[in-house]
Design a protein around this ligand. Structure first.
Ligand SMILES: [Mg+2]
Length: 430
């Protein structure tokens, strides 16, 4: 662990990101109160609000029925996830021109460990200005960001949150704990409703209390090492937690009402598996467990998970999925004479038991290069690599496996998660 007076990290957060992209794309929305919603109904909540809407007290999570009472002129826009990911990719490219990016934290947040020669306020100020100007000029004048600079990435994020929109805030080691003492405990990333209650129970009510507690005590309150880490980060230490990998990769899809027949459902299952395998490849992971579930009208949920040899081979996984599908067909046959009449409401696919490819022992099928199954596996690997290449080149599903069913939104199984940015390939289905 390393503690000195220098600032080391820059954290960037895009302001009201989804709403800003909407305003950038549609000039008629600029300067207006905008709420981005998942569906066109009053019985949903805002997933983003423009600053004009925030002035009325509308924020992420506000119910739209309520929001319209707070602001009768509110413009509700149904989220279009594809442009959010496209803007995200362009912004990452722009920021990358000015600093190395260490972590893309979410669709609208990233952090950068500043190069040693730039770890001073003057240099960081120049970099932050270049990033802001670059985004304004090359991405869009309505895309704004706040930037925080501090000794570690948690403090940089806290600094970033202190001024929105369009802020630039520094916290240096010598300032501590000054700027933190005015915050509420729940302003700290990692302290939510339940943790706040636990802190109160342990006699910690203010940031000053938290600052003055013992790091081992923090660990005890959290009941894990995260509490101790947080304490050291708040005190300005710079260290990275051990890298974690996703525990599962999965996709699910509620089928469009006109695409709920048996064949469309099977095609959808295959497409969702293909998407999951693309992500598996992007993380250089292999999976040891395949799980499938289907919600069927008047039948309920049918699900099955199977253990497989560790693989990222799409053709092998598709064969396994076909086996599962056949098991389901036989099962359904017991109670239903004509399974083609069944209506599939939702299909889910997930891959579990993930390990890094380099950590695993070599693929069993690739041990003997002369073996015919090995040659087949190699051919399949090459074919999949060629498919990915074509996708990258043409930015669309030019090559796919099985017939992709058309859906109303066009995007199969992909939705925006704040903690995970979908790969743009996940939107390639039209
Ligand atoms: Mg944001």
């Amino acid at each position: 662990m390393n503690k000195d007076s220098g600032i080391k990290w820059l954290f960037l957060d895009l302001n009201s990101y989804f709403a800003s992209v909407e305003q950038q794309e549609n000039p008629a929305l600029r300067g207006k109160p905008v709420a981005v919603v998942p569906a066109d109904t009053d019985y949903t909540c805002a997933i983003a609000a423009s600053y004009e809407a925030k002035a009325y007290g509308i924020k992420t999570g506000t119910m739209i029925g309520e929001a319209k009472k707070m602001c009768p002129n509110l413009h509700c826009v149904v989220a279009q996830h594809r442009p959010y990911v496209e803007y995200h990719n362009r912004i990452i490219e722009e920021v990358g021109k000015h600093i190395p990016i260490n972590k893309i934290c979410s669709i609208d947040e990233l952090s950068s460990r500043l190069p040693p020669s730039k770890r001073n306020i003057e240099s960081a100020q120049i970099i932050a200005t270049k990033i802001k100007t670059g985004i304004q000029q090359n991405i869009g004048s309505h895309i704004k960001c706040s930037i925080g600079v501090a000794p570690n990435s948690l403090l940089a994020k806290i600094a970033c949150d202190m001024k929105k929109p369009d802020g630039l805030t520094f916290i240096s080691q010598e300032d501590l704990p000054g700027p933190l003492l005015g915050l509420n405990l729940t302003d700290i990333p990692g302290i939510g409703f339940n943790m706040h209650k636990r802190l109160n129970k342990s006699g910690i009510y203010t940031m000053k209390d938290l600052w003055n507690t013992d790091p081992k005590h923090a660990r005890k309150i959290w009941n894990n090492v995260q509490g101790e880490r947080l304490w050291y980060w708040l005190h300005g230490y710079d260290f990275e937690p051990p890298e974690t990998k996703p525990s599962m990769i999965g996709h699910s899809r509620v089928l469009d009402p006109e695409k709920r027949d048996y064949n469309s459902a099977q095609h959808m299952a295959r497409q969702l598996l293909l998407k999951a395998v693309y992500r598996l490849h992007n993380h250089t992971l292999i999976a040891q467990h395949l799980y499938f579930s289907a919600h069927i009208k008047n039948v309920g949920r049918w699900n099955k998970g199977i253990n497989i040899y560790a693989t990222d081979n799409i053709f092998f996984l598709l064969e396994q999925l076909d086996d599962i599908w056949n098991m389901m067909r036989l099962d359904l046959h017991k109670n239903c004479s004509n399974i083609t009449m069944l209506k599939f409401k939702k299909i889910s696919i997930s891959l579990h038991g993930l390990t890094h490819k380099e950590d695993s022992t070599k693929d069993l099928f690739l041990h003997n290069i002369n073996d015919s199954s090995c040659k087949k596996a190699l051919r399949e690997q090459n074919l999949f690599a060629a498919m990915k290449k074509l996708q990258n080149k043409y930015k669309s599903d030019v090559v796919t496996l099985g017939l992709p069913p058309k859906t109303n939104s066009g995007d199969i199984g992909t939705k925006i998660a704040f903690s995970r940015v979908p790969d743009i390939e996940e939107f390639w289905s039209e």
